[in-house]
Design a binder for this molecule. Structure first.
Ligand code: AMP
Length: 283
């Protein structure tokens, strides 16, 4: 397994691999890897001849006052997890390599980035789509794998790849959870024991909404009430958003169906956590 920071070296490796007919899979991350990332890597390994993982805490997707500086980093542990998952190359570009002086080109997906995390984190998705576009141009993969944990991000990246004719297959992967239901996230490291307990209300809200839907309930208002009741039980949870939207268009809805998405963002202590579930599906 190679670890490289040079953009030109990364481009040369995948250009050579393409020349020899290899299929390239790519998993972009911000590091501090966990089982969610590992599941993407294992699927990438299964589907390719060359597996590239990027680790880059992308400054342009963090807003003022967010956790860019304190975002957890552990390259030694990440290398171990990557090696176990069969990664061939870890690409760790630098911020100045990615955003040199004079940088001024941005990729922006419009409507899909307006609601949910786009509304509460202005500029976030512009940072995400720009860095993913740049990484695609550098790595030039045949397929790229993303988790449904960041459901809106996956929808936005699919849109960008289709709209801009990017020759890459976007693969969406299931949410990996802890045994008690908490969606795995690098940010779970911030949680105190009390926060950790409180954070279970995200997955409980999804379960409550799903069970109301499976019981035949189709009113968005009533499904929403069942989700909010779970969150209301926890004093330490502050709602950023809890919304029911169509999982394809992200449009709001009054009536739900199997494709309706429940999307949540909560502040637990000082940590913002997101989670989601499509009502008619398991993770
Ligand atoms: P991040 O390092 O948080 O930017 O995430 C990198 C990739 O891993 C994104 O495509 C995420 O959606 C995915 N990911 C993060 N957490 C999970 C999880 N619990 N289950 C599945 N995929 C995940």
């Amino acid at each position: 397994m190679k670890i490289i920071s040079s953009i030109t070296e990364m481009q040369e490796i995948t250009a050579d691999a393409r020349q020899s007919g290899k299929r390239i899979a790519f998993v972009p991350t911000m590091g501090f890897l966990h089982e969610g990332h590992a599941s993407l890597l294992r699927e990438g390994r299964r589907r390719s001849d060359l597996l590239v993982l990027s680790i880059f805490v992308n400054p342009s997707q963090f807003g003022f006052g967010e956790d860019f500086e304190r975002y957890p980093r552990d390259m030694e542990r990440d290398s171990r997890i990557a090696a176990e998952a069969g990664v061939d190359v870890i690409f760790t570009p630098t911020a100045t390599g990615m955003y040199p002086a004079g940088f001024q080109s941005w990729v922006n997906v419009e409507e899909l980035t307006l609601p949910l995390c786009g509304a509460s984190r202005p500029g976030h998705f512009r940072g995400v789509t720009t860095v993913v576009c740049k990484l695609f141009n550098i790595v030039n993969p045949h397929l790229a794998l993303f988790g449904k944990k960041d459901f809106q991000q996956l929808a936005v990246i699919r849109r960008m790849a289709a709209d801009l004719n990017m020759p890459v297959e976007i693969v969406g992967m299931p949410i990996i959870r802890e045994a008690d239901g908490l969606a795995m996230s690098s940010r779970n490291k911030y949680l105190s024991d009390a926060d950790r307990k409180c954070a279970l209300c995200l997955s409980r809200a999804i379960m409550a909404a799903r069970s109301a839907f499976r019981g035949g309930e189709l009113s968005a208002e009533i499904i929403m009430k069942s989700a909010l009741a779970e969150i209301g039980r926890e004093q330490g949870a502050v709602i950023d958003y809890v919304e029911l939207r169509d999982s394809t268009t992200l449009a709001e809805c009054d009536r739900v169906n199997g494709n309706t998405l429940l999307a949540l963002a909560l502040k637990i202590g000082s940590t913002r956590l997101i989670d989601n579930g499509v009502l008619g599906e398991d993770d």
